[in-house]
Write a protein that binds this ligand. Structure first.
Ligand SMILES: NC(=O)c1ccc[n+]([C@@H]2O[C@H](COP(=O)([O-])OP(=O)(O)OC[C@H]3O[C@@H](n4cnc5c(N)ncnc54)[C@H](OP(=O)(O)O)[C@@H]3O)[C@@H](O)[C@H]2O)c1
Length: 232
């Protein structure tokens, strides 16, 4: 199955927790989020993918859905065929809202399911958001990756959290590289705080992947950046 090459990039504490709003600034005054952006930019990949919870941080204000004035055409919808960079989110249930079709200049694409209403599809169309149907009730991740490859022509993709989506993508064998910026912070919050790879459901019997180190850099403020290839 054709799909983009996927690099999972995250900024974490030494105990692999990912909730940046719990972190203080690094020595030198920089925020962890800053290092997330500067290291991500080094890949030069113009498409990023996040889960529903993370996409909420980039989506618009709550808005009541109105019944569509006319039936909505079935199938996928590409609002901006000329887009060069993409902000991709998962939204199986149709809970996100958008007032425009871009996030910081990246064209918004949602991976949705057949369960979302016509009113929701009409809302996305009006906002200029593209959507791809990826399953009856759940987003079928392999199918979603294949659609991103064939419909949008994406060859590389940055998977940027949160832990639930990262975990599901890794379990499905859809992650090729892992890029981890480790900050000199211990979260200490235990299982109640989202981690790097936190798939929903029961833990698998064995570790999800073994890795080959591709590179390491020391960063400002005592942070470290590790890049790994997932071994197949
Ligand atoms: N430190 C970092 O580098 C970094 C980067 C990104 C995000 N974050 C943080 O991570 C937090 C969110 O992480 P999270 O793990 O709670 O949420 P998430 O991965 O952003 O979103 C998970 C949600 O996506 C939906 N989903 C739909 N289809 C899915 C599928 N096939 N597999 C997995 N999820 C699917 C599910 O919601 P439904 O069941 O309701 O559909 C699921 O609960 C935020 O606080 C964010 O700030 C940190």
């Amino acid at each position: 199955m054709k799909r983009p090459y996927v690099i999972c990039h995250m900024c974490t504490t030494i105990d692999a927790k990912v909730l940046g709003d719990r972190w203080s600034k690094l020595p030198g005054g920089k925020a962890g989020g800053n290092l997330f952006e500067t290291t991500a930019a080094r890949f030069g990949i113009d498409a990023w993918l996040v889960g529903t919870t993370t996409m909420k941080e980039f989506s618009g204000r709550a808005a009541k859905l109105r019944p569509p004035p006319a039936p909505v055409r079935p199938g996928d919808f590409v609002a901006n065929p000329k887009a060069k960079s993409f902000a991709i989110g998962i939204d199986a249930k149709g809970v996100l809202r958008f007032q425009s079709g871009d996030v910081d200049g990246d064209h918004v694409v949602l991976l949705i399911t057949e369960r979302v209403s016509d009113a929701y599809r009409a809302h996305l169309r009006k906002a200029g958001v593209s959507y791809l149907l990826c399953g009856p009730t759940r987003v079928d991740l392999p199918r979603a990756m294949n659609k991103l490859y064939t419909t949008l022509g994406l060859r590389k993709l940055m998977l940027e959290g949160g832990g639930r989506l990262n975990g599901s993508m890794l379990q499905a064998g859809l992650v090729d590289e892992i890029s981890q910026v480790v900050l000199p912070i211990v979260d200490g919050g235990g299982p109640g705080v989202t981690g790097f790879f936190d798939p929903p459901g029961r833990p698998p019997r064995s570790a999800a992947a073994s890795l080959r180190l591709l590179g390491h850099e020391s960063l400002k403020g005592g942070a470290h950046w590790f890049r790994y290839r997932v071994r197949r």
